[in-house]
Design a protein around this ligand. Structure first.
Ligand code: MRU
Length: 353
């Protein structure tokens, strides 16, 4: 079910719940078409997460929650136990779509907890829908708080480099890293942005460049290979990226290539910031236990439909990498900014929560 629209929204809303259906921007079609897809089956939402129609850690967290809300409506159960069992089956399917962003687990767990605490079938269905809608609204508020907390770290006339897309398109709206850039502009400072292309799926050129241009930012696109050049030639004052998972030691898992950008920033004495909500923190796992999603080689052996590598070439295509804490200047959250040493400062953020 797809409905195409040429209408450009003043503020992009990536995913929303409307009339018991989930509506999302099909990000695989950007930047050429702004197309919205409508789903009434949780399996469609699972497919959308798997195929990157929706992507970005907070956006897939909320999408997972909406998926469970659809599953509750789809269930024909007559008892609470049957409904919980249907929801558990849907949770497993949604959870297995992508392994690295911890927000997906966070969103699913939150909804399952609400479902378990309900009494009647009707009450459970309603509370699951309400909770997922609340989660979506809170995502925007959290991003705005994060933006305010982070904006003080940026100066008038800064040129800020970002990698991948941690914008409105990676969240419900406003964005994490790009939310901080938005808030910096809203505080009256003039900033420019350099967006990396972010091969192989090009979230930087397809999504960040689209989103920032759409919202009137001065944005320049560079190939990933020009990160060193840009920093060595004084084109960049600061870097900000999002995250898919941050463990308690401050190791940050984010889009492949983030580690290279952070290493280059360190080499050139450029502050490197990460912006992420508390729902992106995994306080239980060790960095070595985090699963890095490996994606199909076809994403690397071509660009769009054009083949750019020989047949049958062996490909290594990790979707994420880990940036160690010693390369990070600060982690911006809705509760404040964690500074090194991170193990201590992250703990404090959670204690204050
Ligand atoms: O594979 P993707 O596009 O889902 O990866 C997204 C990222 O790596 C983002 O930087 C991250 O999710 C932060 S989003 C606010």
């Amino acid at each position: 079910m797809e409905d195409s629209s040429t209408k450009i929204h003043s503020s992009l809303r990536t995913v929303e719940w409307k009339d018991n259906k989930v509506i999302m921007i099909d990000q695989t079609k950007l930047p050429n078409q702004l197309v919205f897809v409508t789903y009434d089956d949780f399996n469609q939402v699972a497919d959308a997460i798997r195929t990157l129609i929706v992507r970005g850690a907070p956006a897939i967290g909320v999408s997972g929650a909406f998926g469970l809300a659809l599953a509750s409506l789809q269930s024909k159960s007559t008892t609470k136990e049957e409904l919980l069992s249907d929801l558990e089956k849907a949770r497993k399917i949604l959870f297995e779509t992508r392994p690295t962003a911890v927000n997906l687990k966070w969103g699913l767990d939150k909804i399952m907890k609400v479902a378990r605490s309900g009494n009647t079938i009707e009450q459970i269905k309603q509370s699951v829908i309400n909770e997922s809608k609340k989660m979506a609204e809170e995502d925007i508020e959290i991003n705005k708080s994060m933006g305010k907390n982070g904006s003080v770290l940026f100066d008038d006339n800064d040129t800020i480099m970002t990698h991948c897309n941690a914008g409105a398109l990676a969240t419900v709206a406003y964005g994490t890293a790009l939310g901080v850039i938005r808030a910096t502009r809203e505080s009256g400072k003039n900033v420019k942005v350099i967006a990396t292309e972010t091969r192989p799926i090009q979230q930087g050129s397809r999504l960040t460049a689209f989103e920032l241009k759409h919202d009137g930012f001065d944005v320049s696109l560079i190939p990933d290979t020009a990160v060193g050049y840009s920093m060595a030639n004084g084109l960049v004052n600061k870097v900000i990226v999002g995250a898919d998972r941050i463990v308690r030691t401050g190791h940050v898992f984010n889009k492949i290539g983030t580690y290279q950008v952070a290493t280059m920033a360190k080499q050139h004495g450029i502050p490197f910031y990460v912006a992420a909500p508390l729902s992106t923190f995994d306080m239980k796992s060790d960095a070595k236990d985090v699963i890095i999603e490996m994606r199909k080689g076809v994403e690397v052996t071509g660009i769009g439909d054009k083949k750019t590598a020989p047949d049958d070439i062996n490909v290594i295509n990790p979707a994420f990498d880990m940036t160690p804490p010693e390369l990070i200047s600060g982690i911006i959250t809705e509760k404040g900014v964690a500074k090194p040493p991170f193990e201590e400062s992250i703990k404090k953020l959670f204690e204050a929560n």
